[in-house]
Structures are given as C-alpha cells and as structure tokens.
Write a protein that binds this ligand. Structure first.
Ligand code: GUN
Ligand code: FE
Length: 463
C-alpha cells in the first residue's frame, strides 16, 4: 500500500467541459489508500509547514513534494479506445482504408496472440509504454484469444494501470486463421475472461472486463444476441465496439443487416447500447442517431488520429455538434495501432486539426475544439466514458489520485525525492510566461519526456 503523500504547488484540471482551472500554491494530500483527502489552494510556501502541522497528518518530511517552478500536476490521461495487440503494428498500413487495413495488416498481427508467450511480451511493453505516456486508464481491445486477454488483465493489474479489458468477439467475416469457430465458442470464451478478471480484481478497482463485439461486421446475429443477453444479465458491465467509423464500414454493416437503416438501431436491437457503452469513432452520425446516443447516455471515444489515417474518408466525429447537443460523455482514444501514436497529447492535437477542418468545411458553423475542451476529453471526459468519472479525472477531495507530474523546465537534477531529473526539455518556456501560457505550450509541444512521475491511485507507476 502506498504511504500518504502531500504536494504543494500548481495543479491544473477541468472544472467544466470548457474550462480548465489553474490552482497555484495548492496543498493536495493523498492518504495511504490513494484517496485525495485534502485540497486547499492559496497556501504560501512560508505558511505550509504550520498548515501541515495543524492537520496532524502524520506526514514525514520525505513524503511532502514541493513542486518546482514550471512543474504542475494534471490528472492522468484516459485512453478510451486502444488495441493492445496492435502495439507493435503502429504506423503500418498507410494508404489503406479500414477494411483493407484489417485484412492486410491487423488480423495477421493479432492472430499471433494465440501464442501466450508472444502476448505476455507485447503486453508488457504496451502497458509500460502507455503508463510512460501518462495513460493512467485505458479501455483496451485485446485479440480474440481468451488466454492472451487474461494476460493483458494480469499485466495491467501488476503494473497498476486502470483498465477495461475486452476479448474481441468475431465469428464471421474474418480470415480462417483468425476467427472463432462459433458464436457459442465466442460467448463461452468471453464468460471465462470475465470470470478471470473478476477473480483477480473482485471489486474492479483497477481492472474490469468489457464486452467487446469488435464490430457488427465480424459478429453473427447469434453472437450479438448472446452478448446482449450477457449485458442484460450483468447490467453494469461495460460494452465497447467500433461505431459509424467509415462510410465503407457502414455500407458493409447495413448490407449484412438489411433490416436496419443505421447502426444505432442495430446495436440497440441487440441490447448493446447502454449507459455503460463506449462507442469508438461516431464519425458519420445522422441527427436522430445523435439524439438516440444522448438519450441512451452512451460514451463516445473520439479517435481523430485513426480517423485521418486508416479510417477512410478523412472524417472524424462532429465533436462541436455533440457538445452543442449537450453530450458531455466524450473522451479521446488513441486507437493505436489504427492511430499511429499512443500519445494522448497527439490525440488532442489531432482533435484540434480535425475540428479546424470541420470549422472550415462548415463555413464557421462547427467551431473548432478549444484547448480546454480537448483537455477535458483527455481527462475527466474520458473518465466519464469509462464509467469512473466519479472516481478520477480531476482533483477533488474523495477522488482517487491518478496524476501526472509535468515538468516543463530543463533541469539536470532530480528533485529531493529522486523524481524527475533531466527531462530533455521540449517546452519552449520563456521567463515571464504565465502558468496558462506554459500549460498551452506544453499541450501543443510537449511529450512524455515532460512526465516526471505518474501515479495511479497514489501508487507511483512511472518515475
Ligand atoms: N474496426 C474493426 N476493428 C477495428 C480496429 O482494429 N481498428 C479500427 N480503427 N477499426 C476497427
Ligand atoms: Fe479501434
């Protein structure tokens, strides 16, 4: 169990969907369970010791972190859509549209996860790599293999990354070397994975299973029906799928399910749209589908990098339209390896780019996403999508401490606790910059070298 720690310095987090708050000279105390037990801005360095003493917090001097000039804490990043087995294929398949990319690159790569030794090796690298990039929570698609999926869950739990872990369901339209023999086999394997994950983490505090029909194209009616029954039997289980990603994918889907005219009706029919559902992409949405998703309270995983590389159609989700409709359960997904980067900072930047394009294409009607909105999606919005918006995503007494210590100033020495050190600084900070200016520079030009330390539930997972 981690020991209690206190931080004094600058904290930055979202207070609303469109507003980031900068708290300076702030004292934040985390107890031995990783819970934030005190948060108080405006404490001068001179008065810190007497303030701490008055709480009788029993903190040893070594557990008090004095954040330096240029340092700030932000909530951990949430990747609402990631394919762990695609870790080694990031960047491959330029020029391919989604269905060809799956056939030519992805299914071959994922089929290798039948080998659990291979799975263990790749998942070790993937989870470490994600933590290094400040991703404290990820919603993962594994491959279709149960044993390898269990290994992914074991790896996240051991390394301390919060995760939703889903074994992909695919019993049709997949190559012979990478397909499940029947709907029944797929359902049985899914139940086994759910049992395994619930046995290693019974309260789901760190890892939880997620029902994961890859997309309707790869699932028979019988399989979708069975997964819907499973969701009915376990009404709090999260569900995730790829949704309205590309026109070619939508056309193929509707030709397989001619009784439906859109994907909302299809997935709803099979009981797969609940308030615990995470829908990746949502690029092509009719007005009535937007209204339905809002009513159903589904979460949206916006994946602008994949949408503009392997998606097909260079079209990403209409985020401004969603926000204007009052939808706030929106997070960012790297969708790596469909996305070439597993950095949430990169996903934020691509969200700016695609939303700028939408602003231009709509003659200014769909305003581009702001820094504050992108930061919300990367943190608190993503937490809401993953069903943990009450637990993490911003700094608040009673929430769990998932955080990144961002260091923006060059410094070759670690601090007094050995944290940080030379981060090989990229953020072009100038003397006299306000905290807000440094923050914006970091968002647009920083990378994981700025992440001196990462914590999940008070446990240090990087640094
Ligand atoms: N649709 C079905 N499978 C996938 C996948 O692995 N990545 C993306 N981006 N879309 C998909
Ligand atoms: Fe994906």
């Amino acid at each position: 169990m981690p020991s209690p720690v206190a931080f004094h310095g600058t904290l930055i987090h979202s207070v609303t969907i469109s507003e980031v708050e900068i708290l300076e000279n702030t004292l934040l105390v985390v107890d031995g369970n990783g819970l934030i037990v005190h948060l108080e801005p405006g404490i001068s360095p001179e008065s810190l010791n007497s303030r701490l003493a008055s709480f009788r917090l029993n903190l040893s001097p070594s557990s008090i972190h004095h954040l330096r000039h240029g340092d700030f804490l932000i909530p951990g990043f949430i990747d609402t859509h990631n394919h762990a087995p695609q870790w080694n294929q990031r960047g491959l398949g330029r020029g391919l549209q989604i269905l060809d990319w799956l056939d030519q690159i992805t299914f071959k790569n994922e089929s290798k996860f039948a080998d659990t030794t291979h799975a263990a090796r790749v998942y070790e690298k993937c989870v470490s790599g994600m933590l290094k990039q400040g991703v404290t929570t990820a919603s993962y698609y594994a491959s279709l293999h149960g044993p390898a999926t269990n290994i992914l869950a074991d790896t996240c739990l051991r390394k301390g990354q919060r995760a939703l872990i889903g074994k992909c369901n695919m019993d049709r339209n997949s190559p012979s070397f990478y397909i499940e023999p029947s709907a029944q086999d797929s359902l049985d394997a899914t139940r086994d994975v759910i049992s395994h994950i619930q046995s290693i983490d019974p309260t789901g505090a760190t890892v939880r299973p997620v029902i994961t029909p890859r997309f309707a194209i790869s699932c028979t009616d019988e399989l979708l029906s069975g997964l819907g029954d499973l969701a009915r039997a376990h009404p709090t289980l999260p569900i995730q799928t790829h949704f309205n990603e590309a026109q070619s994918e939508i056309d193929a889907t509707l030709s397989l399910f001619p009784q439906f005219t859109n994907e909302v009706d299809l997935y709803k029919h099979f009981n797969l749209l609940t308030r615990h559902t995470i829908l990746a992409h949502c690029c092509h949405m009719t007005p009535s589908e937007i209204t339905s998703l809002q009513t159903l309270d589904c979460g949206i995983a916006h994946c602008p990098i994949a949408n503009t590389t392997v998606g097909g159609g260079f079209m990403a989700a209409p985020i401004r339209t969603f926000l204007n409709a009052g939808i706030t359960k929106i997070g960012l997904g790297t969708d790596s390896g469909g996305g070439f980067s597993s950095s949430i900072l990169d996903a934020m930047r691509q969200a700016f780019i695609v939303s700028n394009a939408r602003e231009m294409m709509s003659d200014g009607k769909e305003k581009a996403v702001s820094i504050d909105e992108a930061f919300y999606m990367a943190t608190w919005g993503g937490a809401k999508v993953c069903g943990i918006g009450e637990k993490v995503g911003r700094f608040e007494v009673g929430k769990e401490f998932d955080a990144i210590l961002v260091r923006t100033e060059e410094d070759s020495e670690p601090d007094e606790h050995g944290l940080g050190g030379d981060v090989g600084v990229m953020t072009p900070v100038e003397e006299g910059d306000s905290v807000r200016t440094v923050f914006e520079k970091f968002i647009m030009s920083g990378d994981d070298r700025n992440f001196a330390t990462v914590w999940v539930k008070g446990r240090q997972v990087k640094g």
